[in-house]
Design a protein around this ligand. Sequence first.
Ligand code: PEP
Ligand code: MG
Length: 528
Amino acid sequence: MPEPLPEPEETRFDGDAAAEKNRVAEALAWVAADLTERGAKAGGEAKDVLDAQALMAQDPTLIDDVNGRVDGGRTGERAVHEAFAAFADLLIGMGGYMAERATDLGDVAQRIIARLRGVAAPGVPESDTPFILVAPDLAPADTALLDLEKVLALITRDGGPTSHTAILARSKSIPAIVGVTGALDLADGTVVVADAATGVVTVDPSAAEVADAERRIAERKAQAAAPITDGALADGRKVPLLANVGSPDDAPEAVALGAEGVGLFRTEFLFLDAKTAPSVESQQASYTKLLEAFPGKKVVVRALDAGADKPLSFLNDAHEENPALGLRGLRALRASEQILRDQLLALKGAQDATEADLWVMAPMVADAEETEYFVALGKELGLNTVGVMAEVPSLAVLADQVLATADFVSIGTNDLTQYTLAADRMLGSVASYQDPWHPAVLRLVKMLGDAGATAGKGVGICGEAAADPQLAVVLVGLGATTLSMTPAALADVRAELAGVTYEQAQARAAAALAATTAASAREAAAAA
Ligand code: PEP
Ligand code: MG
């Protein structure tokens, strides 16, 4: 993939500033129109991303900054570079979701500079044969328009799981492995196997490894083509398969791929750019729209999970040294109880207006006292089914106390792994700890599963772990009663579950629990 354009030089510009500003204005308008056109072509989620980028190219504050720099003796190219870089720094300083938007800004700047220079913007190379694309990071504008016939998979050096590259690739069902150190050392033309399910890239695979990969690809294709049935084990035991969604617009795809309901609606995704708390009416409209897509089905909605990688400026924008350990999830909601009450009221409105079976849960809950607080508030406001997420290890340790009050528990394995292994899930340097196969995580899941069985209450899984077919079986063996995942993963998990009995799932779970590392747990489960 072509390297970014070199940085424009810092030479003094003594020409006609007014003419230079006009040239920049033309380039900004051209890039904005180009991005809008690409968005219209791509449609869906990509359109939203590209429209947002087009807005960046027309942002009045940024344009003022660029013009000011031209007046101060910069060339148009240099002024664009400096103004966009300064804004990107600001976003990076904010961390998390905002920092990931800095990539989008850098891409817009590159496109404007390319236009000013009269050269093509860096982008995806043309090729007649299908290929795996390797890049430092991919701009949303490029990811959105990837030719699905040509690009077999994506490998990037940068990017976290919530970067737009990952989000868009997932929505286009392109296997994508992000954050691969050393990705750029791969020479053009190298043969690699990219397995997005495990995140493993095999360089120069042996004939046996290629044959194995081809067999697995054929298997996946057959699974995807298999008729859609409800989730069940080989012995008929039901394991409802639910979808993780971030917007009511995700519902049609989830339904089409056979989701039996929603296991996690990340409501904060609706409000990441909001400056003020959303009104009860606007929230109720969004929730009603989602619930209407699932008449008679279960829909689990999570109360706003603000903080750490997903800051919401109206809930918690204070600087924290360790935001993952800070005022996030239920802690932030409790500190701004009116916002929580408004959300629960909006959910009650949606519950009454639709036929869906609404369940509501709180994120980042630590113990029985916090559970009692949330459940009591939810019931006071008229919600039928109220539960909590198990993401903090203390909640698993106290599962029996928690389940005395909560109607259900849903395990967020992403955060449960982060907190159990004390490894920031956004940090590439400790990414190897972020493995839910770790027996410490599995033992906590078992504690929750056992407590759920004793209390006769549901214990679901809604973290990424549920999307790993082998791990999904183990989680069911540990007592998980439902599995919720990105809709694209439903077919693989459905097929895997159908091949094992509950007894076999329990045997795999027991083998994994006895292992000492994540890797050996995976092997032990496969051999059981
Ligand atoms: C989790 O932590 O596993 C989870 C489902 O929540 P999120 O990924 O949104 O933090
Ligand atoms: Mg979480």
